[in-house]
Design a protein around this ligand. Structure first.
Ligand SMILES: [Zn+2]
Length: 250
C-alpha cells in the first residue's frame, strides 16, 4: 500500500528554492498494467524519471533535492513536472548527462503514447471477439429420443485459441533519433559506472529499433531474478522479431 503522511520540504539544487513533496511512509509500485518501455497504466506511484523544472528556469532531478524538514502541511508548491509537450525543450536545455537521460527516457515513453492508444483499442476488440466466440452456446442437436432417454448434450468443444496480435509499430524519425541518442548515453553510462542499471531499458530500446541481435545480447547480461516478468516478455518478443512496445500484467 502507498501511505503518505504529511509533506517533506526540499530545496532545489539550482537556487535553493523550497518545494513540498509527499512524505511516503511506504510505496507500492503496483499498476493495472505494465509496458515494456517502463510505462505503467493506472499506477499507484508517479510514473516519471523525477525530472522537474524550477521556478528559476533550471531543470533538476528530484533525487538531487536536499531535504530540509517535514511538516503536517505547507503552503509550498510541489516542484513542477515537465509536461510531455515540453520535453523536447527540456532535452535541449539539459545541462548534465543525468538530466538528458531522464528527459529522453520520459520523451521515449511520451512518443510511445499514440501507439499505446492504438494497441489498447486493438486488444480490446480482439479480446471482445475471443469472448464472443468462447461464450457462444453450443446448439442442442439431440433428437426427441435422445432427450427422452435423457442423453446429455454434446460437450462444449475445445475452441482454438485466437493468435495474439497487435498493431504494427512504425517509429517515426523523431522516435528513432531519440532512441539512438538514448542508447548512446546509456551505453556510455554503463561503461563509466559498470552496473546492471539500464540493461532492460537498453534491450527494449534496441528491440523497438528492430535491432534484435543487440537486444538479445544486452538481455543476456540481465541477471536471473532481475525484473523477471519484464525480462521474460522481452525474450518472447525478441524471439518473435516483434519491435512493438508490449503491455503485460504481473
Ligand atoms: Zn532553481
Amino acid at each position: 500500500m502507498t501511505i503518505i503522511r504529511g509533506v517533506r520540504i526540499l530545496e532545489a539544487p539550482c537556487c535553493g528554492e523550497r518545494y513540498a513533496a509527499p512524505n511516503y511512509l511506504s510505496m507500492n509500485f503496483m499498476a493495472y498494467a505494465y509496458w515494456t518501455d517502463g510505462w505503467r497504466d493506472e499506477s499507484l506511484m508517479p510514473n516519471d524519471e523525477g525530472l522537474r523544472r524550477c521556478k528559476c528556469g533550471q531543470l533538476f532531478l528530484q533525487r538531487d533535492m536536499v531535504a530540509v524538514d517535514t511538516a503536517d502541511s505547507t503552503d509550498l508548491q510541489y516542484a513542477f513536472h515537465v509536461r510531455g509537450d515540453d520535453l523536447q525543450t527540456a532535452i535541449a536545455d539539459s545541462q548534465t548527462k543525468a538530466i538528458e537521460i531522464a528527459a529522453r527516457i520520459e520523451y521515449w515513453r511520451h512518443l510511445n503514447h499514440p501507439y499505446r492508444k492504438k494497441y489498447r483499442e486493438h486488444r480490446a476488440l480482439e479480446e471482445a471477439k475471443a469472448k464472443r466466440i468462447h461464450t457462444k452456446p453450443v446448439p442442442d442437436t439431440r433428437s426427441w429420443w435422445d432427450k427422452f432417454i435423457k442423453r446429455l448434450p454434446k460437450p462444449q468443444q475445445e475452441l482454438p485459441k485466437l493468435p495474439f496480435t497487435h498493431p504494427p509499430f512504425n517509429p517515426t524519425d523523431e522516435q528513432l533519433e531519440n532512441m539512438a541518442r538514448l542508447c548512446f548515453l546509456l551505453e556510455e553510462e554503463r561503461r563509466e559506472n559498470p552496473s546492471d542499471r539500464y540493461v532492460l531499458e537498453l534491450a527494449e530500446l534496441y528491440r523497438e529499433q528492430g535491432k534484435f541481435d543487440e537486444a538479445m545480447a544486452m538481455l543476456r547480461r540481465a541477471k536471473e531474478g532481475m525484473r523477471d516478468v519484464t525480462r521474460r516478455v522481452l525474450i518472447i518478443m525478441i524471439s518473435e522479431k516483434s519491435n512493438a512496445p508490449t503491455r503485460y500484467k504481473i
